[in-house]
Unconditional design. Structure first.
Length: 249
């Protein structure tokens, strides 16, 4: 059953058109060393259902030790479960990944189509039908209303969050207080849709999340995937590592 869900999710991802960019990380020998001290690279991509939930994670890693790309669901899981390992991993963009790969002697970083061929052991993520927290359908006059949670491993790093554009998140005045649950908020209004989100702490130093409420003005949800991607990428570059995207309603 899990295999069928993953294949369906991969087909759903492909059917949405051009695939989004992969997620890149550098592996460092010392916690917080940064890309300059990198000794390896990690590339990842989530597998989505048609309604934008994650049901799988693909991970491949390259290090100066074996100098070959290796698919590793175990490493993807460890990045999220082991805070000591997570301290040695930092998110970067494609350009920084190319520079790092070349500096480490790997040459030209393979294109994303070629890198996707390295994904051979997808990590299946827990999946269930959305939990209905209210009546079916929309609310406040919208045909469709949904709630998503983007869950991240690791605590919020205010130094990184402060660099985010205000349209991504506006930090609360007391965001630096670890007791503050809602550390920031944001929103986006289009011609037809209204999106609002909250950046929350989940346990001190353990995890955080973005809770997104989407009021869709039509039956189309085409705006959701790019927005979820944008929010996930922004918080990922601020420190925490994305774990899953759940749909609550």
């Amino acid at each position: 059953m899990t295999g069928d869900l993953l294949r369906a999710g991969q087909a759903a991802t492909a059917s949405t058109g051009a695939q989004p960019a992969l997620d890149y990380y550098v592996i460092t020998p010392e916690a917080g060393a940064g890309a300059v001290r990198a000794e390896g690279l990690v590339v990842e991509e989530f597998v989505f259902t048609g309604d934008h939930r994650t049901i799988g994670l693909n991970t491949a890693a390259w290090s100066t030790d074996d100098r070959a790309w290796q698919s590793s669901a175990a490493f993807g899981r460890a990045m999220r479960e082991d805070p000591r390992l997570r301290a040695h991993v930092a998110a970067v963009g494609r350009t920084d990944a190319e520079t790092t790969y070349r500096r480490l002697g790997g040459g030209a970083l393979p294109g994303e189509t070629e890198l996707r061929e390295c994904f051979r052991d997808t990590l299946a993520l827990p999946d269930s039908a959305p939990l209905r927290l209210g009546p079916e359908g929309g609310s406040d006059g919208f045909p469709d209303s949904r709630v998503y949670r983007v869950l991240f491993a690791g605590d919020l790093r205010l130094s990184g969050l402060a660099c985010l554009a205000p349209e991504v998140v506006t930090l609360a005045e007391d965001a630096g207080d670890p007791r503050t649950r809602i550390a920031g908020t944001g929103g986006l209004r289009t011609a037809r849709d209204v999106f609002t989100w909250e950046l929350r702490r989940i346990g001190p130093g353990v995890a955080c999340c973005v809770d997104l409420t989407a009021h869709l003005g039509t039956t189309s949800d085409d705006a959701l995937r790019p927005l979820l991607r944008r929010l996930t990428t922004a918080i990922r570059h601020a420190g925490p590592i994305p774990v899953t995207i759940e749909r609550f309603s």
